[in-house]
Design a protein around this ligand. Structure first.
Ligand SMILES: [Zn+2]
Length: 253
């Protein structure tokens, strides 16, 4: 059911956003009707989901297959010491629901693959990826192209991170990175990650999601943002659709 107005408590809660000249009642209502699929409830998913839910997202489907470990607590904001051993999605949804009773939340304990993704994507406006490896991002990309759903990808490791926004008709993750499945196999478990790195990148990803969902703005369309937490430099590189891309060449021309 499409929301056409917000209750008084909701208006009060989101008042600091509605006040903004860049973000009005119309944007807040669009966000209240938006449906997001987030894959990964780890270092990126924790802060990212929390920002979107606090901001007033209407529906969040959160997918992960992991349980909470002691080593997650350094950067995964929604989890406490007493949650170690429990399922990430269940604890995340429990905490997110306490934060915002108006967001509809769905927890799915699953390792995504090409069979499960179409159903997960069926009623979704935007996908946020917070998984921790190239192979999963490549699968999500394929499914998003197939379903014609925009894909906001993010990755963080060490003191570095990146985000990119893909609209299927204008190029995809594979156009940008090629079939580099073995290029960067670093993962936080082996290489380490600073607590602040995932929070910075997840915040940038959530920020871009809000621009897209509320305002229909896509400043990172066909761009890759690279953030270096050692030099504090940010670079934005442009990329074009690869007309020979095996994943998206037949979508949208
Ligand atoms: Zn492509």
């Amino acid at each position: 059911m499409i929301k056409t107005q917000l209750s008084d408590p909701e208006l009060l809660r989101y008042s600091r956003q509605i006040l903004l000249p860049e973000w009005d009642m119309d944007a807040q209502l669009k966000l209240a009707n938006a449906r997001v699929l987030m894959i990964g409830a780890g270092g990126l998913g924790n802060p990212g989901a929390q920002i979107l839910v606090r901001a007033g997202l209407g529906f969040l489907r959160l997918v992960d297959f992991d349980t909470i470990e002691e080593s997650n607590l350094q950067r995964q904001f929604l989890f406490q010491s007493s949650d170690v051993g429990l399922l990430k999605v269940e604890v995340a949804i429990r905490e997110l629901q306490k934060i915002n009773p108006w967001t509809q939340l769905e927890a799915i304990n699953l390792k995504v693959d090409l069979t499960s993704l179409p159903e997960l994507l069926a009623d979704i406006d935007l996908v946020l990826d917070g998984s921790d490896n190239f192979a999963t991002r490549d699968l999500i990309n394929q499914a998003c192209v197939e379903a014609n759903v925009p894909f906001l990808s993010a990755a963080a490791i060490g003191l570095e991170g990146q985000i990119a926004f893909f609209r299927p008709a204008q190029g995809c993750y594979r156009c940008l990175f090629g079939n580099g499945l073995n290029d960067d196999t670093r993962q936080c478990a082996e290489s380490g990650v600073l607590a602040s790195t995932t929070a910075v990148i997840a915040s940038l990803q959530a920020h871009h999601a809000l621009l897209y969902l509320g305002l229909d703005q896509v400043p990172l369309a066909n761009r890759l943002l690279l953030w270096n937490g050692t030099t504090m430099q940010q670079r934005i590189l442009k990329f074009a659709k690869d007309n020979n891309c095996p994943i998206c060449k037949s979508s949208g021309g």
